[in-house]
Design a protein around this ligand. Structure first.
Ligand code: UDP
Ligand code: LCN
Length: 818
């Protein structure tokens, strides 16, 4: 039987015995090899290598690999070897997992549960815990049995759409079924002022009848008639403000509600909820880092999240203003970004409590300090050490927010582990709709960080982080992601969220069901880049020529300063450029080394890096210090001076925009070499500037760029291959100068079609509205889960957070000038 005979409906447990029987002789040898080294965790590559070693004959090996067994093995993510058994975690498709255990003695196969698989894994790392019958098992899925979910891998990430479908079927039938929608509409108000309908329309039938009358009435009016002209008449029928600014808009909104009441369908549902006035005030949490509008980028833990949120606020405020006007209301929407106030602000404005957000009308940054029993914490705190402060921060922040907004917000959005936990605490306390964003789920950055948590905990406090992440994912109403892969990965590789489906931290807890990627709370809404800052290099009249002398100096001056080291001897070569925080995962040192090693590439192009700074003694960030040192040693080893310019972190985004364009002028490329990149704002920025972009195929850029069309993918684990791919590109450009232009244009096209902030804001506000109602429709289930989460938070998280040392207010080393 060939692999093609494997039917999707067959389970691995059903087909594996047959697969093993087909090549029983080889398999016995192969499984004997697997167990020969005793207990261990094997990844796909090890499994394949051992299998190849156990079958000498090439033809036979090919036959086995092409057969059913080859298919099963290729879909295996890892295997826990506990002689005489080997437990396989198989992932035939994104989101789908199956676990089987095979005995190496007789090749007997048995399907096992996720929990049983995790126990096998624990046997390798902590046998005592694995055998402990009262070990803590966490099962969030236990609360979701009554909740609908999507079933196809391809539907993952399209949550709003499916929730609209599920809502439609829940409300279908008789008018009693639509009662929750009626109750929801009756309750709508803004600061006590009723919206949409009032108590006069207290049954579905009354509402339906009134809608018919009102629709006939507005249809007869000129379409542009303003609402206030017929407001009085509407009031008599039981309608309040919020239906629309003009007769025409009112008519459209009413029509979609009438349709829903008659026979609910997802399209009208989505349309109606995009019209309902439910969201005016939004709180966005981003506690850690230095959150500011100037001079913060490049400081430890302060990267894309700040850029993302500021752009997000601008886009959402604009969309809110548009919607509120369309609703015929004159409410002032407010968005507040809540972060920590850092008294020791290192020249930034992070010690200011309130700061208006530039280019917005009503949005602010609100800063609330971390407090402990010793008083206000003065210094910056690493995101890994932040946990002990968060509960008190939530309480203090909540009070300030209620005060600032003069009431409750309508939507709370968290960012990253800390922001999402705080958002969860506040949202559940006040009963507010919650969304979360996690551009980087730390668990996925470090291999086996769950089973090895004890080893990593002193440095990273993953016990706190993963626990907080579980709480947030399960308490939030919806999750915003930038890409599909963030949720469910690709055919080969599980997604960031998917890696939280089942995992274990031996000695702490076994998460048998953490998050389900088929949950319709998952939504993809990709961010964009500020197009007034990042515009194509070809728009000559808009170019910021005033920056050119400074950029020229930055790139080409001969001397070394505190801002740049190294120099470019040959100014005529194109530049390959990279800019990122100096984190290990960003792999800037990797790129520098690939370049160093590849003579052909060195002959073709210069390398310019913008990252971190040069003096390791000035950094307080553990990873950054190591990376700085590594950079220096690579520069030395490969004698890069003359071909490389290393520039310290650059915080002026307007000038950075021009920098990308100046690199495009050299017909160079932006290279994003990260070992893994959750999204990759720099990729979007570079592409918006028309700069050809080469980026990692691990993570978001794999979706943003279509390889060979709108940019180039590189595999960060294969340095030589990657540097050769870049060299090939530049060689091709030498032969055919149009090649570069074609790729630059295709990159821009890709951006305009899929990655703009306008598309984003529309999607996210629809989520806020749709999930706000969905949450009410499933109140009981939500409440039950919330009780479980509260217990988990109190009994587990709080104890873990106590293990993290509280900072003493010692004076800090100065940060490098930026
Ligand atoms: N950035 C910057 N100066 C630097 C390094 C980065 O302005 O020295 C900006 C960059 O333009 C981008 C953001 O910081 O807007 C980094 O976002 P990305 O998603 O690439 O990475 P993150 O830091 O969020 O992991
Ligand atoms: C979110 C981001 O986008 C990144 O810039 C940060 O590294 C991360 O949070 C932690 O600060």
């Amino acid at each position: 039987m060939a692999s093609s005979a494997f039917k999707r409906s067959d389970s691995i447990a059903d087909s594996m015995p047959e697969a093993l029987r087909q090549s029983r002789y080889h398999m016995k040898r192969c499984f004997a090899r697997y167990i020969a080294k005793g207990k261990r965790l094997m990844k796909l590559q090890n499994l394949m290598e051992e299998m190849e070693k156990s079958i000498d004959d090439k033809l036979e090996r090919t036959q086995v690999l092409e057969g059913l067994l080859g298919y099963i093995l290729c879909s295996t993510q890892e295997a826990a070897v506990v002689p005489p058994y080997i437990a396989f975690a198989v992932r035939p498709n994104p989101g789908f997992w199956e676990f089987v255990k095979v005995s190496s003695d007789d090749l007997a196969v048995e399907g096992i549960t996720a929990g049983e698989y995790l126990k096998f894994k624990e046997m390798i790392f902590d046998e005592k815990w694995a055998k402990n019958e009262s070990a803590l098992e966490v099962d969030f899925g236990a609360f979701d049995f009554s909740m609908p979910s999507v079933t196809l891998s391809s539907s993952i990430g399209n949550g709003v759409h499916y929730v609209s479908k599920f809502m439609s079927s829940k409300l279908s039938g008789n008018s009693e079924k639509a009662k929750p929608l009626l109750d929801y509409l009756i309750a709508l108000n803004h600061q006590g002022e009723k919206l949409m309908i009032n108590e006069n329309l207290n049954t579905v039938t009354k509402l339906e009848t009134a809608l018919v009358v009102a629709e006939v009435f507005v249809s007869a009016l000129p379409s542009e008639t303003p609402y206030h002209r017929f407001e009085q008449r509407f009031l008599e029928w039981g309608f309040e403000k919020g239906w629309g600014e003009t007769a025409e808009i009112v008519k459209e909104t009413m029509e979609s509600l009438s349709e829903i009441l008659q026979a609910p369908d997802p399209l009208n549902m989505e349309k109606f909820f995009s019209r309902v006035p439910t969201i005016f005030n939004i709180v966005i949490f981003s506690p850690h880092g230095y959150f500011g509008q100037a001079d913060v980028l490049g400081l430890p833990d302060t990267g894309g999240q700040v850029v993302y949120i500021l752009d997000q606020v601008r886009a959402m405020e604009e969309e809110l203003l548009f919607r509120i006007k369309r609703q015929g209301l004159s409410v002032k929407p407010q968005i507040v970004v809540v972060t920590r106030l850092i008294p020791d602000a290192k020249g930034t404005k992070c010690n200011q409590e309130l700061e208006p957000i530039l280019h917005t009308k009503h949005s602010h940054i609100l800063r609330v300090p971390f407090r402990t029993e010793n008083g206000v914490v003065k210094q910056w705190i690493s995101r890994f050490d932040i946990y002990p402060y968060l509960e008190r921060f939530t309480q203090d922040a909540t009070a300030k927010i209620l005060d600032h907004l003069e009431g409750k917000p309508d939507l709370i959005i968290g960012n990253y582990t800390d922001g999402n936990l705080v958002a969860s605490l506040m949202a559940s306390k006040l009963g507010i709709t919650q969304g979360t964003i996690a551009h980087a789920l730390e668990k996925t950055k470090y291999e086996d960080s769950d089973v090895k948590w004890k080893e990593l905990d002193p440095k990273y406090h993953f016990s706190c982080q993963f626990t907080a992440d579980m709480i947030a994912m399960n308490s939030t109403d919806f999750i915003i992601t930038s890409t599909y892969q963030e949720i469910a990965g690709s055919k080969e590789k599980p997604g960031q969220y998917e890696k939280h489906t089942a995992f274990t931290m031996p000695g702490l807890c076994r998460v048998v069901s953490g998050i389900n990627v088929f949950d319709p709370k998952f939504n993809i809404a990709a961010p964009g880049a500020d197009q007034s800052v990042y515009f194509p290099y070809t728009q000559k009249q808009k170019r910021l020529a005033a920056f050119h002398p400074a950029i020229e100096e930055l790139l080409y001056s001969k001397e070394e300063t505190s801002e740049h080291i190294g120099f470019l001897a040959d100014k005529k070569k194109p530049i390959i450029f990279s800019m990122a925080r100096l984190d290990t995962v960003k792999n800037i040192t990797g790129l520098t080394e690939w370049y160093g090693k590849n003579k052909r590439l060195r002959n073709l192009v210069n390398l310019v890096i913008v990252a971190g700074f040069f003096d390791p003694t000035k950094s307080k960030d553990r990873e950054e210090i190591a990376e700085i040192k590594k950079m220096h040693s690579i520069i030395e080893k490969y004698q890069l001076k003359g071909q490389l310019r290393w520039i310290a972190a650059q915080n002026d985004r307007v000038r950075n925009g021009e920098l990308y364009r100046c690199i495009a002028d050299t017909k160079g490329a932006f290279v994003q070499p990260a070992l893994y990149e959750a999204f990759g704002l720099t990729v979007i920025e570079a592409m918006n500037c028309g700069l050809v972009t080469v980026a990692t195929n691990q993570g978001g850029p794999a979706e943003i760029i279509v390889d060979g069309v709108s940019g180039i993918h590189i595999d960060p684990s294969k340095g030589d291959e990657s540097s050769n791919k870049i060299a090939d590109f530049f060689e091709k450009c030498k032969e055919d100068p149009e090649y570069w232009n074609r790729m630059s244009t295709a990159g821009l096209k890709r951006i305009y079609e899929c990655y703009t902030w306008k598309i984003y804001a529309n999607k996210v506000l629809n989520m806020g509205s749709v999930y706000g109602f969905w949450k009410q429709l499933n109140k009981d289930q939500k409440q039950a889960k919330q009780r479980y989460l509260q217990m988990f938070y109190n009994l587990q998280f709080k104890n873990l957070a106590k293990n993290v040392a509280i900072a003493s207010n010692v004076p800090q080393l100065p940060l490098a000038p930026t």
